[in-house]
Design a protein around this ligand. Structure first.
Ligand SMILES: *[C@@H]1O[C@H](CO)[C@@H](O)[C@H](O)[C@H]1NC(C)=O
Ligand SMILES: *[C@@H]1O[C@H](CO)[C@@H](O)[C@H](O)[C@H]1NC(C)=O
Ligand SMILES: *[C@@H]1O[C@H](CO)[C@@H](O)[C@H](O)[C@H]1NC(C)=O
Ligand SMILES: *[C@@H]1O[C@H](CO)[C@@H](O)[C@H](O)[C@H]1NC(C)=O
Ligand SMILES: *[C@@H]1O[C@H](CO)[C@@H](O)[C@H](O)[C@H]1NC(C)=O
Length: 570
């Protein structure tokens, strides 16, 4: 979904590598073959498989202690329904336990975090690792690794240097692995499976947590690994089947890992990642990760597909109306009375939270964008009937320009998805320049939000595209303000936050479903998004100062901001 800088020299290198490593030329026309920029690994020894037991349940006393720390000592309210337990600080979700899976998530209350130099509390991590209800003692092994760091910075006036970046959280991860051959290989998984991630604050206390773990036992099946030629052929097949076989796909890395579905098994797989370019030899505009079964026996449990070429039975977006009923096409709308009714319950219904989704059309990954958009909507919808699927369109620059009054600024929550680069994204591969929209020159001049001057509604903008929200550290010293400056125009309209990525990120529809659920349960939009999507890329967010803890139900209009905050993961 994401753009990086063009690298001519590298493009050359990939092509020559591809010529050196032909892949079953008889089977596919050459233009349908991906390029391999790496060699498949060689393994000979038979591979172990594991079966999984019941999910561990994170110990209640430790959980309660972590939740009250995460809320900064504020008073907690607990709610419960058939599928889970939920802990709130005020109206913001801080903790969630899923009764159907035994997964536990704790999110920090961002406004309570203090900046400073953060180190992992290794004593505490070792103690947690030794707890049999947190990490099962079995034939798998685990090690403590340093994860991502959450930083933040503020800017008070457009064009001025923002505050020095400060650190707020640091992740300590207990990484599961499988002994094989001379070493160990990581347990991997797309969106489920074992995980134990703890976020530490400046005082060495745990403020965030993500836990799911099932004890594993060896099965008596030992699988013969695929040969390097077979691995390359299978990856080629998978990319071709996904419509991504062309030379625009470059496979960057292949490794052996053990896929944990979170269901019944841990099975050996070859994991690969690939960059996709919109133009042959052009910059990478997307990242994907895929898994192929490690032996000829095939998958012991279904593995995620890269994409479903026709997006299955999922509802497809409509084409945006360039001349919606009741409008004079030459005049963008500016009064509510003119608006055509939105689908679903009236947007004026008390308490309805309207969602608009805008997806890049005319692209090899457009079906993946459909899957992601449906994941987000079904996640939100599963938590509350207050959500209204108000708009679902193929994207277009008009969604954001003076016509935003009808589109993006006519809903409370907007989701856009496609390819992106710093402060810019593509809306439609079929339009000149792929319908590029630049923040802020291509946006409605009065900004987005529910302020009196725009008369709009937007409170949160979720950007699924890569790299659109760079951090001050992504610019040379002394130019950190460039990360903030274009956003003032947007925030002057009264919007509360925009969330997205500061770098390339992977597509992952199940994760978007999880974001929908997390936000629907009332997590901070900023950190609910940033921590849930972190496994797919370096997430970031820009928010009005002091609005980092707001949840998706807080949508009323705000005046012009006097300060903006950027949060980012490293
Ligand atoms: C969750 O934990 C409980 C208590 O240990 C156990 O009975 C149940 O089977 C677990 N759930 C799953 C999905 O494994
Ligand atoms: C592909 O995976 C490898 C190993 O995990 C990683 O080092 C590399 O950065 C990934 N490539 C991209 C483009 O993300
Ligand atoms: C992936 O695609 C194959 C073939 O279409 C299908 O049989 C399999 O169930 C799919 N896997 C998942 C996880 O949907
Ligand atoms: C739209 O407005 C312009 C300028 O007022 C006018 O010339 C044109 O006829 C109008 N078009 C329609 C379809 O009403
Ligand atoms: C609203 O639209 C009308 C007709 O299109 C136009 O004359 C007027 O200037 C617009 N008002 C604002 C505040 O943009």
């Amino acid at each position: 979904m994401r753009l990086s800088k063009p690298t001519q020299a590298l493009a050359y290198l990939f092509i020559s590598t591809a010529l050196a490593v032909p892949v079953e030329p008889a089977k596919y026309p050459t233009h349908d073959l991906p390029i391999f920029d790496c060699k498949p690994p060689v393994y000979k020894e038979r591979l172990p498989t594991y079966s999984l037991g019941h999910a561990l349940q994170f110990p209640e006393d430790t959980l309660q202690a972590i939740i009250s720390e995460a809320a900064g000592g504020a008073k907690m309210n607990e709610r419960e329904d058939d599928v889970g337990r939920y802990w709130y600080s005020g109206e913001t979700l801080v903790g969630r336990f899923d009764k159907t899976t035994n997964e536990t998530v704790v999110l920090p209350d961002l406004p309570y975090l203090k900046p400073g130099h953060i180190k992992l509390n290794e004593d505490l991590l070792r103690k947690l690792r030794g707890h049999p209800a947190i990490i099962a003692s079995d034939k798998t092994v685990s090690s403590i690794v340093i994860g991502s760091r959450l930083d933040g910075s503020r800017q008070h006036f457009l064009g001025t240097e923002p505050s020095r970046p400060a650190s707020y959280l640091l992740e300590g991860i207990i990484q599961r692995a499988i002994p094989y051959g001379a070493g160990t290989h990581p347990v991997c998984g797309g969106s489920s499976g074992s995980q134990a991630v703890f976020s530490f604050d400046v005082n060495g206390n745990i403020r965030g947590l993500r836990h799911a773990w099932k004890p594993a036992s060896n099965q008596n099946t030992f699988l013969r690994p695929l040969t390097p030629d077979q691995i390359q052929a299978r990856i080629t097949e998978e990319l071709v089947a996904a419509g991504l076989g062309s030379r625009r796909a470059v496979v960057r890395h292949i490794d052996l890992c053990f896929y944990d579905s979170g269901a019944a098994r841990i099975q050996p797989v070859f994991r690969f990642n690939a960059t996709i370019s919109t133009v042959l030899g052009g910059p990478a505009t997307a990242l994907i990760v895929g898994y192929i079964p490690a032996s000829e026996k095939g998958a012991l449990e279904p593995l995620p597909n890269i994409t479903t070429p026709d997006a299955g039975d999922l509802p497809k977006p409509d084409f945006p109306q360039t001349n919606p009923p009741g409008f004079n096409n030459t005049h963008p709308p500016n009064t509510t009375a003119l608006l055509a009714p939105l689908p679903g319950p009236s947007r004026r219904d008390n308490g309805a939270i309207t969602l608009g989704r805008y997806l890049m059309n005319g692209d090899g990954l457009s079906t993946t964008f459909i899957e992601e958009a449906n994941g987000l909507w079904s996640g939100l919808h599963s938590t509350s009937s207050r959500f209204v699927n108000a708009q679902y369109y193929w994207d277009d620059p008009h969604v954001y320009d003076a016509w935003a009054y009808y589109y993006v600024n006519n809903v409370h929550v907007a989701f856009s998805d496609g390819h992106g680069s710093p402060h810019s994204f593509l809306t439609n591969g079929g339009l000149p320049g792929a319908g590029e929209v630049t923040i802020s020159s291509d946006l409605y001049t009065k900004g987005f939000g529910a302020s009196a001057t725009t008369g709009g509604k937007l409170a949160y903008w979720i950007l699924g595209e890569c790299s659109v929200i760079p951090a001050p550290i992504d610019y040379p010293a002394g130019q950190g303000h460039l990360a903030f400056d274009p956003w003032w125009k947007v925030f002057n309209g009264g919007i509360r936050a925009a969330v997205g990525y500061r770098d390339l990120a992977y597509t992952n529809p199940p994760k978007w479903n999880e974001v929908g659920k997390t936000l629907g349960h009332g997590a901070s939009v900023v950190h609910g998004f940033m921590s849930t999507m972190l496994p797919t890329g370096k997430t970031s967010a820009i928010t009005r100062c002091g609005r980092d803890g707001d949840n998706i139900y807080q949508v009323s209009g705000l005046s012009k901001p006097d300060c903006l905050t950027i949060w980012w993961y490293n």
